[in-house]
Design a binder for this molecule. Structure first.
Ligand SMILES: Cc1cc2nc3c(=O)[nH]c(=O)nc-3n(C[C@H](O)[C@H](O)[C@H](O)COP(=O)(O)OP(=O)(O)OC[C@H]3O[C@@H](n4cnc5c(N)ncnc54)[C@H](O)[C@@H]3O)c2cc1C
Length: 423
């Protein structure tokens, strides 16, 4: 029943935050609001039927049956959060301060858009049996028996999800071929000189990696590549990226990026519509730190962003905060713990720490200052990739936050702690 129809004569005027999307970002926003002292109502709308859960375990323990799920440990009733599961936000009507849902309208004083991202489908495969995505708990549960049955699997896309899925499938004993249209894995994230070492990880784990070739078509039992190769496949898993789930905002006045469909939030994660914020995988924000707009599809952003949104709502923007994080993520693939912090550009200088053919190494990206600020033999640390070197990551992340200048030679020496390379 909608709120409006509950008590039309005496409308409920308790200040209310309505959060659309009950994933990590939505749930954390609700929790952080209470931590920040928000005393008004909180309504959390989630279109999935399950209790809110975490996604990273889906491509790891959940796939292998080592964990049943990853339910977030939050006492919603205890925190006074009105969690409505199986409830889809269908439109935002700012003129009336309403979120329309498939169960009726919900009035808001503040709205938070946290609808995440939806995986990109391979054209022509919708509804085709044996073709899977990996985004939701239901997806992971559908894939679990495929792994347990040791099926022949073709993974489309050698990004983070493709690599993690291939890792789990090999661990389960499946025959795995990964097809990637670019000339290397993680082409959108890492430069060729780094990614080429990761390409070797597939073969070492017994998975076949085919790069530089696109999928031409998928039919039950087979994937045909653009070069004519036919790969037998009992199961096909598509991991070719995700797009912000923002179609429901069409016509609302909330500005969306024409490039990637993300909600164009400002530096406080406020949208173009008064009282409406956006956070997590669905929103991009301007980063003064990196001088560009960032769209981050990683867990840490869905944890940190909500704290900023909650502060801005609970305290008011005059006392609130600007959100300008050092992005961070991790991935577990082929027996390695891979972590990345920061943001690098093509012009940044790449510095190796350790042997990339070995088990543990890092890569740093240093930005050289120009003109009078230039320091010979040094650069500002802007990003870092650590493979099996969590200490580098922990120290590097703090150094990036501080904008520390590193001595190039010392930074390249893997026996020197990163913090000791500061100029
Ligand atoms: C399989 C997998 C593994 C991952 N592993 C890692 C990892 O190892 N490390 C890492 O850093 N990151 C990882 N990530 C990324 C990380 O999980 C995401 O960045 C994070 O989940 C984003 O949270 P979110 O709340 O913004 O979006 P989501 O988690 O997508 O949550 C959004 C929720 O909103 C719901 N929704 C959508 N539209 C509507 C609507 N109109 N009305 C109501 N509800 C709606 C969705 O169904 C969903 O439940 C992984 C992601 C996946 C899919």
């Amino acid at each position: 029943m909608s709120e409006q129809s509950k008590s039309p004569q005496a409308p409920d005027r308790t200040p209310r935050v309505v959060i659309a999307g009950a994933g990590m970002a939505g749930v954390q926003t609700a929790v952080a609001l209470r931590e920040q002292g928000w005393r008004g109502a909180i309504t959390l709308l989630g279109d999935e039927p399950h209790q809110p859960y975490d996604r990273p375990p889906l491509s790891k323990a959940v796939l292998l049956g080592k964990a049943d799920g990853a339910t977030l440990d939050v006492d919603f009733p205890g925190l006074g959060i009105d969690l409505r599961l199986g409830c889809r936000a269908t439109a935002l009507r700012p003129a009336d301060r309403l979120v329309e849902t498939d169960q009726g309208p919900v009035r808001y004083d503040y709205a938070v858009l946290a609808t995440g991202a939806a995986p990109v489908r391979l054209p022509g495969t919708e509804g085709l049996s044996g073709v899977h995505l990996l985004r939701t708990l239901d997806d992971a549960e559908r894939l679990r028996p495929e792994l347990a049955g040791r099926r022949r699997i073709v993974v489309v896309g050698a990004g983070w999800i493709g690599a993690e899925f291939a890792t789990a499938a090999r661990e389960a004993g499946c025959e795995v071929t990964v097809v990637e249209a670019a000339d290397r894995p993680l082409a959108g994230a890492l430069p060729p000189e780094v990614a080429r070492y990761m390409a070797g990880w597939y073969g070492d784990a017994g998975a076949e990696l085919r790069t530089g070739v696109a999928v031409a078509s998928v039919a039950p039992g087979a994937v045909t590549l653009a070069d004519g190769t036919v790969l037998p496949a009992d199961t096909v898993v598509v991991g070719i990226g995700a797009r912000p789930a923002t179609a429901w905002l069409a016509g609302s006045g909330v500005a969306l990026s024409p490039v990637d469909g993300s909600v164009l939030a400002d530096e406080r994660l406020h949208t173009s519509v008064p009282g409406v914020y956006a956070v997590g995988d669905c929103a991009s924000f301007p980063s003064a730190r990196y001088g560009t707009r960032l769209l981050v599809h990683h867990w840490d952003n869905a944890l940190q962003g909500p704290r900023a949104v909650a502060e801005n709502i609970a305290r008011g923007e005059a006392e609130g905060v600007v959100y300008d994080p050092v992005p961070y993520f991790w991935s577990e693939q082929f027996g390695r713990f891979v972590q990345y912090a920061g943001y690098h550009g093509d012009a940044d200088e790449l510095v190796w720490r350790g042997d990339p053919a070995g088990a543990a190494w890092s890569v740093l990206w240093l930005r050289r200052a120009d003109g009078p600020d230039a320091v010979a033999g040094a650069g500002r640390l802007v990003a870092l990739l650590a493979v099996g070197r969590p200490r580098d990551l922990a120290q590097g992340r703090r150094l990036i936050e501080r904008g520390a200048l590193l001595d190039r030679e010392r930074a390249a020496d893997a026996t020197v702690p990163l913090k000791a390379a500061v100029r």
